[in-house]
Design a protein around this ligand. Structure first.
Ligand code: C2E
Ligand code: MG
Ligand code: MG
Ligand code: MG
Length: 287
């Protein structure tokens, strides 16, 4: 009867809550250990300039090598953000990227600008800029080597603090990019207020090019905003020749996606993308 059902559903709810909390605590403990044991690696995904299809940069994407398995960020970044572990993890990512760029330069390879994803938790720390400046100096690199990607939702978590923090980074020479553009709920006004150089069209808009004319209209509109506001635009998640054709025709300046390359380990990125002066990122390597 009703009372029994009520009791049992309360009991069920408690149990699943419990399981969730335990799983989260377990994940947090594992992440903490992973940070201590240096279990993270950085993969790089090329950014390609159109129409020449040349490499014009790359995005650093973190992976967790856990018990021999490569864990994708979707499985640990959200927990790292909730727990604040994203701060030490972000430092590991940034340090690894700077170490790689420095190694490429020392070996006479090309050093394209590398985009690093930042979370709001990092951006809103008062010591972020000082930390980045210190690391850049330590590796004898320049802010031009690095681009910082933040989602619009994260920037808008606290627009005033975001503006202050981003201005400081921008004034020092770092390039700032809005990631997953178009998926947040904020007004476009921030594009004018914040010191932004580039927007990345979210892959959800790119995926239905050719199938949904409304997505095509949105992509067109974002490209137009980019042109009129003198912002760079990158289309992310480009997987098909059809999407590429559409984007080229509409004058999209840069693309990123599986069609050209998946994110790859550093050794592979260095070998395939950086190791020849006139490499064109379309697979025609001069070796
Ligand atoms: P994001 O910054 O928007 O990165 C783009 C994601 O799309 C990457 O997923 C990339 O592998 C994937 N991608 C690239 N091309 C294609 C394509 O053609 N098709 C499809 N379906 N996907 C494509 P990934 O590496 O799993 O990263 C997911 C998210 O995790 C990132 O989204 C970013 O928000 C976050 N993330 C990754 N690395 C870091 C990091 O070092 N720090 C922080 N704070 N977040 C990170
Ligand atoms: Mg990104
Ligand atoms: Mg994105
Ligand atoms: Mg994303």
């Amino acid at each position: 009867h009703a009372k029994a059902a009520g009791r049992s559903s309360v009991c069920f709810f408690d149990k699943s809550m419990n399981a969730r909390v335990i799983r989260r605590l377990d994940m947090e403990a594992k992440l903490r250990r992973a940070i201590d044991n240096d279990e993270f690696e950085i993969h790089y995904q090329p950014k390609i300039a159109l129409p020449d299809r040349t490499l014009c940069g790359a995005e650093a994407l973190v992976r967790w090598r856990h018990d021999g398995v490569l864990v994708p960020p979707a499985e640990f970044i959200p927990i790292a953000e909730e727990t604040g572990l994203i701060v030490p993890l972000g430092l590991i990512v940034l340090t690894s990227v700077l170490r790689h760029i420095r190694a490429w330069r020392d070996e006479g390879l090309r050093t394209p600008r590398i985009a690093v994803n930042l979370s709001a938790r990092q951006l809103f720390r008062p010591d972020l800029a000082a930390t980045i400046f210190r690391l850049i100096a330590e590796y004898d690199l320049s802010p031009q080597n690095i681009e910082l990607e933040l989602t619009e939702t994260q920037m808008m978590a606290d627009p005033e603090r975001a503006e202050a923090a981003l201005s400081q980074l921008h004034d020092a020479g770092f390039s700032i990019t809005v990631d997953d553009f178009g998926t947040g709920y904020s007004s476009l006004g921030y594009l004018k207020r914040l010191p932004i150089q580039c927007v990345k069209i979210d892959k959800s808009f790119i995926q239905d090019i050719g199938a949904d004319s409304r997505d095509e209209a949105l992509v067109d509109a974002i490209l137009a905003i980019g042109r009129s506001m003198k912002l760079d635009v990158v289309a992310e998640g480009v997987e098909t020749e059809e999407q590429l054709q559409f984007l080229s025709k509409r004058g999209c300046p840069q693309i990123q996606g599986y069609l050209f390359s998946r994110p790859m380990p550093e050794e592979q990125f260095r070998h395939w993308e950086l190791d020849s002066p006139e490499n064109s990122a379309d697979g025609q390597k001069s070796s």
